[in-house]
Write a protein that binds this ligand. Sequence first.
Ligand code: SF4
Length: 367
Amino acid sequence: MDKGEAKSLYIHIPFCHSICSYCDFCKMFYNEKLVSSYLNSLRNEISKYYQNEIIETIYIGGGTPSSLNCKQLDILFDILKVIKTSSNLEFTFEVNVNDINESLLKKLKNNKVNRISIGIETINDKFLKLIERYHTKEEVLEKINLTKNYFDNINVDFMYGFPEETMEDLNNDLEFFKELDVNHISIYSLILEPNTKLYINNIEPIDENLESNMYFHIIDYLEKLGFNHYEISNFEKNGTYSRHNLTYWNNEHYYGFGLGASGYINNIRYTDTRSINKYLNGSYRLEADIITKELDMENEMILGLRKIKGVSKTGFLDKFKCRVEDVFDINKLLHKNLLQEDKNYLFIPKDKLYLSNSILVNFIKND
Ligand code: SF4
């Protein structure tokens, strides 16, 4: 096993100006005073745990990091000054469409951010109302064009599988996303998670077969536009893979700082508390589990098979000093065509990607 040095760093900013009806993330309403105390605590957490490694990717997510005002953003970037970064740093910042303006973009650019991720989800008025997000087609186009004046690496989030969504609705959204002409797209189906407004209101989910047809239709559509489908939910052009997310899928080490964040350092996977009071009092960690070699091998497969390319068999052998076939019952999965192999890679066949969760559980050993 590698020695567990971090190469990536995630920071969670849990504040939002409005709360979306489907949201299950760790978030709360923006409150100016609370943000200041939170940033203080974040600074302390980083100085307590960061071990001076050179970091190759930073991702600031949320919540809504762009909900912070100008002064708070200055404090956040000041906190990050202690982090040693590689000359080839990938630095992603999540922004809400409504927050985009020249001064925000300039500030991000001046503070080494070089990748922007924007949660657009849909431009269908009916579905925007349902998920309680508010933007128009015109606003999105204007904000994306403005962002392109400062950044050439832009991800947009695309959501599908809304209740009563038709293929025609889906195509309208896809055509609009095509118009945006960005280099990276992440797709998600709407999941009705317990404790969300949609779930409590008993909103009926979309039919599963239709949802699966939509998933394959999106893949087909984006591939025809020249996107490379490189992970179950992610598409890129011209090699602009999310290097940060690849750290996760490659089962490599990273810090997670902030409320509810998780990290993997020195062979320990940990999660931070979701209680703002505990976090502000400096009681950061909720749980921490030692990752044994067995668990590490499971994670290598469960995370690695999310990549369309799959898991390298020689890579597995180098890392764990044993063959993947000797650890897992690969033959059973190959036989059922739930896995395929080429010379060196094991991967989930494209037509089975929709079933990936039920395939990946085969790598969890219960003993
Ligand atoms: S989906 Fe994002 S913007 Fe909406 S409430 Fe959740 S964290 Fe905030």
